[in-house]
Design a protein around this ligand. Structure first.
Ligand SMILES: NC(=O)c1ccc[n+]([C@@H]2O[C@H](COP(=O)([O-])OP(=O)(O)OC[C@H]3O[C@@H](n4cnc5c(N)ncnc54)[C@H](O)[C@@H]3O)[C@@H](O)[C@H]2O)c1
Length: 437
């Protein structure tokens, strides 16, 4: 099938490459000409494990190509996916201007009956809104909602072996259902994974899933703060709670607050949808408030607990800037407010990340020092802070760190060093709600 993916970011590029891998002819289109030029040179503009070989294989097989002529790419396709960004506006609502723009472009360029698939995360009512935009197009455009659940860092596997594929589509729209069924057939062969529903329910499902996960994290972060007050240990509490099959062990890890381009914005957007309909959604509102406070926890610990209220002249090493391991994405991650707080308090920041150095450079310029070797960050540092639990940080050479640092504080934002007996090695250890090491 001829597919056009409009928006070639984390979602569009991965989805486009995966649809090409499963035999479709895919054009990934984007208004960002520099991004398309990078892709046409054979380079990948984002870090996502194994994406480079997947893209290369499908480009060589002539099933995948890239274009900044969005209209032309749309005209040829039977299925046009919308995978553009839907960032938060200042009031928390999703900014749908890019989605509207794509819908207008589709209505203008469509050359035959086709399906317009909303893959971007969009609030309830967007499917209906897009239908209105394309209503007068010269050919019938079927509008389907198909929110994406892939996780950065594991995106290809998530696309190829999804837990579920949510498709919001009119029950009697056989044309759209047939197109969607055929597109997803290769990834549903082993097990039926499509959950058909109406478009509004599909739109809401995505926000509810992300907010549910974010809520678990925020709750455990609150519990971690309580652990510190009452002398309990979050590891032990997590193990005890997560072994209940009704609860399960995932997304129960205390840390420096959730980040990324999805959870923060989706929680806010869900709250906003409630407000628009006269409902105060208390839990998402609190989830966001707790997270914003939690994103300040590492800076607060450094200043108030470890450095007597004064960070001036302190040299702080940071391990991890990406919002999670496996990606170069730093958007809304906890490293950002941490670094800003340290700089505003007069500290010197040295940092390392295995994948996000370029994005960190764009974000901070020369306000922080970035090092290719993680251990260089510790040189002369008063404290080393672990923000992202990349594998290479999980079992470092602590003796080497101690010899490089001028101070001895290891602040472990992910609680992964708590079992190493660091205090016996002359280091000061602190984590999030852990009794320690
Ligand atoms: N990143 C994730 O892990 C993830 C997971 C699931 C869902 N989502 C959702 O998917 C959507 C895309 O997210 P992303 O992280 O891939 O965003 P992104 O910022 O990485 O990519 C969006 C792309 O859309 C392009 N674009 C913007 N307007 C355009 C237009 N009018 N025509 C063509 N291209 C245009 C941009 O240039 C950019 O390359 C968002 O709604 C997001 O919430 C993201």
């Amino acid at each position: 099938m001829k597919v056009c993916m409009v928006g070639t970011g984390y979602v569009g590029l991965v989805s486009g490459a995966c649809f090409a891998e499963t035999g479709n002819h895919v054009v990934c289109a984007d208004i960002d000409e520099s991004k398309i030029a990078v892709l046409n040179r054979g380079e990948i503009p984002i870090f996502e494990p194994n994406l480079d070989t997947l893209v290369e294989r499908n480009v060589q097989a002539k099933r995948l190509s890239f274009s900044s002529d969005v209209g032309d790419a749309i005209a040829r396709a039977t299925a046009v996916f919308v995978a553009v960004g839907t960032p938060p506006r200042s009031d928390g609502a999703a900014d749908l201007s890019a989605v509207d723009k794509v819908a207008e472009t589709v209505a203008k360029h469509v050359k035959h009956e086709s399906v317009l698939v909303l893959k971007s995360t969009v609030p309830v009512g967007t499917n209906a809104r897009v239908r209105r935009i394309v209503a007068d197009a010269p050919h019938r455009i079927h509008v389907v909602s198909n929110p994406e659940f892939l996780k950065e860092g594991a995106a290809i596997n998530d696309f190829m072996r999804p837990d579920r594929i949510v498709i919001g589509c009119d029950a009697d729209d056989e044309f759209a259902r047939d197109v969607m069924r055929r597109l997803y057939h290769p990834v549903t062969l082993a097990k039926e994974r499509i959950i058909w529903m109406d478009p509004a329910s599909a739109e809401l499902t995505k926000y509810v899933a992300n907010t549910m996960l974010a809520m678990r994290i925020s709750f455990m972060n609150e519990v971690a703060s309580l652990c510190e007050k009452v002398g309990a240990d979050i590891h032990q509490v997590r193990a005890g709670v997560g072994s209940d099959q009704r609860i399960g062990p995932k997304f129960l890890y205390a840390g420096p607050g959730y980040g990324g381009s999805c959870f923060p914005k989706d929680v806010k957007a869900l709250t906003h949808t409630g407000t628009e309909h006269g409902l105060v959604l208390e839990l998402p509102t609190a989830t966001d408030r707790v997270n914003r406070r939690q994103q300040g926890v590492l800076a607060r610990k450094l200043k108030q607990i470890h450095f007597d209220g004064d960070l001036r002249g302190k040299r702080i090493g940071i391990w991890g800037i990406a919002f999670k391991p496996g990606t170069d994405d730093i958007r809304d991650g906890p490293a950002l407010p941490l670094i800003e707080a340290l700089l505003s308090e007069g500290a010197e920041v040295r940092a390392h990340d295995p994948a996000a150095m370029e994005n960190a450079r764009l974000e901070f310029g020369d306000r922080i020092s970035l090092f290719e070797d993680a251990y260089d960050v510790a040189e002369g540092a008063d404290a080393l802070v672990l923000v992202t639990e990349w594998r290479e940080y999980q079992n470092p050479d602590f003796a080497k760190l101690k010899s490089l640092m001028r101070g001895s504080l290891l602040l472990d934002g992910r609680n992964i060093w708590s079992g190493y007996g660091l205090r016996e090695q002359g280091l000061v250890y602190d984590g999030i709600g852990v009794r320690g090491s």
